[in-house]
Structure formats: C-alpha cells, structure tokens
Design a protein around this ligand. Structure first.
Ligand code: A3P
Ligand code: MG
Ligand code: MG
Length: 401
C-alpha cells in the first residue's frame, strides 16, 4: 500500500493539514495466505463497578454453568424488572476513551518490564499498539462493512501507538434518535447475561455499568498488540485461577429466532404460511451470517472458543439456547466473509498507521477516518489538538519518569 500525501479537495487553503489515503477495496488485494496471529495471552484484568470506577480485582468475573452440549429449551422473559434497570450512559462512557485501560497499565508497570529493565524506570511498553478489543473488531469487519464509517485517533508515545475509537456524527445522531423500544431492546442483551450467570436474582434490575475486563497481549504478523476486552463469563468446570488465556470463557449473545411457533400457528392458510416461512428464513439467514462475522471477530481476537446465543421472539422471550463454536463460524457464514481477508486487511492497515504516525508526542494526534458508503480511509495529522487528543496528563507524566 503506497502512501499518497495530498491536499484535501474541499479547501484550497494552504494551511489545511495534509492527508494520506488507504484504500479498503477491492477486497482481492487481501487474498493471500492469512497473516499469523499469535494466541492471545492474558496479562491482567480489572472490574468496573456500578459507577464505572475501576477496581483492580475480579469482583465482576461471573460463572456460567453449561451442562448441555448443543442446544437447550428455556423460557427467559428479558423484560422482567426492566423498570429497575440502571442503564449505561453511552455519552459518558464514550468520554472514558482509553482511561480505564491506561489506569490498569499505570498500576501494572511491572508487567511491561523485560528481564534487563527490572528495577529501573520503565522506558517503553515494548508493544506497538495499545487499544480496546472493540476497535480491532470494527477494523476486522471493515472490508465487509460498506455502509458505516468510523473514526480512530492515534497518538505515538515512547514508540507505542495508542488507538482510540470515536463515535461518528452519524452514529451519534442514530443513538440520540433511538425509540423507547430500541432502547429496551438494547437492554435485552444484558438481561440475558443476568439469566445465564450463576446465582443471580433475575427480579433485580441489571446495572449495565458493571464489567469484568481482561487485558491481553498478542501479535498480528509484525505488530505486537496489548488490548483490553470486556468478557461475559467463564465455565466454572474449565476455569482455573489465575487464567493465562480465555479458553474457559464464554461469549453471550441474543438474536431473533426464525419464527416462533406462535407466529406460525397464527397463520391459518397453508400456502401463506409456507411463503412467509420461506422468506423469513431467507432474511433470518442473511442477518445471521452478517452477525456471525461480528461474533467471530470479537471472540477470535481474545481466544474465546464458544458463544452461547439466546434465540428470542419479537417480544423478548428467549426460547432456545444455542451453542456455537467460534472455529465453526466462518463455515456457518458460508463464505460471505472470510477470516484471512479480514486479518490481512487489519495487518496492512496497522502497517499504514505505523508508517504515518511518526510524531512521538503524547499531546499530538492523528485522525483516521473511514468514510461511510464504501469510502476510503484517510489519515490527517492534527498536531496538538485538544478536541481529539486522548492521552491524559495523569498517564503520560507518570508512566515513564
Ligand atoms: P447482545 O450481545 O445480545 O446484542 P456483548 O455481546 O458485546 O457482551 O454486549 C452485551 C449487550 O450489550 C448486547 O447484547 C447489547 O444488548 C448491548 N450492546 C453491546 N453493544 C451495543 C451497541 N453498540 N449498541 C447497543 N447495544 C449494545
Ligand atoms: Mg460482553
Ligand atoms: Mg455478550
């Protein structure tokens, strides 16, 4: 991928920052053997409490007992105690940027020392990138996601590039115009987690602020990575403490079932019933394949082997628990998306980031922007820009003295 620096087209002003461009399409550019991805290893963990304060412990690590292999019939009403839910304030959590992860790093500097540097002040983190897993999930899906754009800011500090995702104006507008029903549906996923967690009381309202996060180290080709990831829970029969990888962990999801038996029984005429079932199954399969790509990306990045999906009806009652192996997902996706294309794309994109983010300064920032509707990725150097800079003083003044 060649870097082309150019002046932006919209403005003839000479003082506009220069931009470099990275082309996402055509996808066949990434059609080569997959980039090597090292098994993600856990280097630490933390919890976020009910007020999203960081706690350096495992208070929010949950257990999920799985005493069945493929699927199980249940009846979980995800609307129970909805009025008692304490919602996550997305506006506020977006403002957290990388803060919780940086706080963890500051509290665990010993994990970044090499044999030689032990006992001395930390010189660098010995990793190319620091970010959250969600950002990498979004990057992995980019070759197959034309509609939506994204914004990622980058800052190089002591030879590590920190990456932080920002909400696009389009996504912000979508979020702010959500209907009450859409808001309610967002809470179904959390309620499902509560049903699945050992020992929880489902009559209690869910506090959506609570999290348990793992910090992992991995490598994609030449790029070493440290990233934080919120994880749903572990199977107690497999979990051993302290865990070095996430092979005992389970990702929980909800998804709409094809058509409930009740919907089907409501259709009296045989022919109509057949046509409706045919088309709803078709749409269901398309949506499901699209979802699987996200599920695969999210779990593969941290080495979680299994996803349990609660299949629900339109009213929010889960009737079936279905287990999916992460390794089977590309096959289930029926080649609509291919992991090697996604991994190779991320590898090339990270190369582009490394090459362009040259200024090593905690207050300087580069903005990477993927345009919506099949657009390319641009990189703009913003310099010391207080609007987009995200490394806090409390971090960079203290981490390496
Ligand atoms: P589902 O997974 O059932 O959709 P995660 O699956 O990543 O652990 O997230 C748990 C739940 O948080 C999701 O349940 C969903 O309800 C909610 N959630 C996660 N990301 C979201 C987003 N971008 N917008 C709205 N809700 C989201
Ligand atoms: Mg989760
Ligand atoms: Mg989940």
């Amino acid at each position: 991928q060649t870097t082309k620096w150019m002046k932006t087209r919209e403005s003839p002003r000479e003082d506009r920052p220069p931009q470099a461009e990275f082309q996402v399409h055509p996808r066949w550019k990434y059609e080569h053997p997959t980039s090597t991805f090292r098994k993600p290893m856990v280097i630490g963990d933390f919890s976020l409490d009910q007020t999203r304060k960081i706690c350096h412990d495992r208070r929010n690590l949950h257990y999920i007992t799985v005493d069945w292999k493929h699927s199980k019939k249940v009846k979980y009403d995800l609307n129970v105690s909805y009025d008692k839910t304490i919602k996550k304030n997305i506006q506020d959590t977006k403002q957290e940027k990388l803060d919780r992860l940086l706080d963890w790093i500051l509290n665990n500097t010993s994990k970044f020392h090499t044999e030689q540097s032990k006992g001395q002040p930390l010189q660098c983190l010995s990793t190319d990138f620091v970010c959250f897993r969600g950002l990498l999930t979004e990057l992995l899906c980019t070759p197959y996601e034309n509609r939506e754009g994204w914004i990622i800011c980058a800052t190089r500090f002591r030879d590590t590039v920190y990456l932080c995702a920002y909400e696009t104006p389009e996504k912000q507008a979508q979020r702010q115009t959500e209907t009450d029903m859409q808001k309610k549906m967002c809470s179904w996923g959390y309620k499902f987690e509560q049903y699945m967690i050992d020992g929880s009381d489902i009559t209690e309202g869910v506090n959506e602020n609570e999290e348990y996060c793992c910090v992992v180290r991995s490598r994609l080709e030449s790029h070493s990575l440290v990233y934080g990831a919120e994880v749903d829970g572990a199977d107690p029969s497999l979990y051993k403490t302290p865990h070095r990888d996430l092979s005992a962990f389970i990702e929980l999801k909800t998804s709409k079932e094809v058509t409930s038996e009740r919907d089907q029984n409501n259709m009296n005429r045989y022919k109509l019933k057949k046509v409706v079932i045919y088309y709803t199954t078709l749409i269901f399969n398309l949506i499901f394949r699209y979802k699987l790509k996200k599920w695969w990306s999210q779990s593969y990045l941290v080495g979680i082997p299994n996803v349990i999906c609660g299949l629900r009806d339109v009213e929010g009652t889960v009737h079936t628990l279905q287990m999916y192996k992460v390794q089977d997902m590309p096959q289930l996706g029926k080649s609509h998306w291919r992991p090697h294309i996604m991994m190779n794309f991320v590898n090339k994109f990270l190369e582009f980031v490394k090459k362009n983010v040259q200024v090593d300064d905690p207050e300087s920032v580069y903005k990477f922007e993927k345009q919506a509707n099949g657009g390319n990725i641009t990189c703009t150097y913003l310099g010391k820009d207080s609007e987009w800079a995200f490394l806090p003083k409390w971090y960079y003044e203290k981490i390496m003295k």
